[in-house]
Design a protein around this ligand. Sequence first.
Ligand SMILES: NC(=O)c1ccc[n+]([C@@H]2O[C@H](COP(=O)([O-])OP(=O)(O)OC[C@H]3O[C@@H](n4cnc5c(N)ncnc54)[C@H](OP(=O)(O)O)[C@@H]3O)[C@@H](O)[C@H]2O)c1
Length: 261
Amino acid sequence: MSKLPLKIWLTGATSGIGLAVLELLVAQGHHVIATGRNSERLEQLAEKYRGQIIPLAGDTTNPDDCARMSEALASQGPLDWAILNAGTCEYMDVSQFDPELVARVMNTNVVGTARSVASALPMLRASRELGRTPMLALVSSSAWWFPFTRAEAYGASKAALTYFGQSLRADLAGEGIVVSVVSPGFVKTPLTDLNDFDMPFLISAEEAARRIVTGLHKERREIQFPKRFTLTLKLLRLLPQRLTDALAASMARSQSKDDPA
Ligand SMILES: NC(=O)c1ccc[n+]([C@@H]2O[C@H](COP(=O)([O-])OP(=O)(O)OC[C@H]3O[C@@H](n4cnc5c(N)ncnc54)[C@H](OP(=O)(O)O)[C@@H]3O)[C@@H](O)[C@H]2O)c1
C-alpha cells in the first residue's frame, strides 16, 4: 500500500466512475486535483471535500485549456498518480453513417487523453526524481475485445487507447513510470444509463472505483473487471473469425428488431 497522502490528478472527476474514484481517494486521505468541463460541479466537490480537492476545470480536447491545466499542475508540484478517465461514448446508426461521430469520439477518448498525458508527464517525472513510483492510468474499456453492434467509434477509440497505453508503457519503463491500462466491463453511470440494451454483468461505479484504486495501489499494469465479463470476452476471442462475425451479426440483427420503427 502506498504512503499517505498521495497527490493525484483525476480527469472525468465530475460524474460516474471518475466521481466514485474521487470519493474513494478522498476517503483514503489523498489529495486530488479534479478535472472536468463542469466547473460548477468541481467547485461543489471542492467545497464538500475542503482541503483535499483542488478543482481544475478544463476540456481535455482543447489545446488552450490543456496548456492552462499544464501550468496549474506544474504549480502544484510532483504528481504520484495521474488517472486519465475523461471519456465519451456515441453509438453509430449505420443507416446514417456519420464520420463526424467517429471524429468526436476519437478526439475525446484518444487525442484528449494524449493531451492529458502531455500535461501530466512533467509532474510524474518530478515525482520519479524524488524516488517515488509514479503511476499513469488510462481508463480504456474491454468493449473493443468483441465487435459489438453500433460500437464502431467507441470500440475503435478504446482499442487505440489501449495500444497507446501499452506502447507508452514500454517507452516510460526506463524512466520508472508505470503505465496502467484500465479495462472495465459495463458500469452503471450517467453514460450507460443512456443505453437501451441489456448490459451483462453490470456493476456499480463504486465497485469499479474499488477495483481501479486497489489495482493502482498494487502497481498493476492491467486492471480488468469484472472477471466474469472480461473472461467471457477472452473466451470469445478464441473463436475463429467467421464464427465471431456470425455471432456479432446476429446480435446486430436482434438489436435492430428491438428498435422502434
Ligand atoms: N460506464 C461504463 O460502462 C464504462 C465501461 C468501460 C469504460 N468506461 C470509461 O470510463 C470513463 C468514464 O465513463 P463514465 O461511464 O463514468 O461516464 P460519465 O459518467 O459520462 O463521465 C464522463 C466524465 O468524463 C468527463 N469528460 C468527458 N469529456 C470531457 C472533456 N472533453 N474534457 C474533460 N472532461 C471530459 C465528464 O466531465 P464533464 O462533463 O464535467 O466534462 C465526466 O466527468 C470513460 O472513459 C468511459 O469510456 C466506462
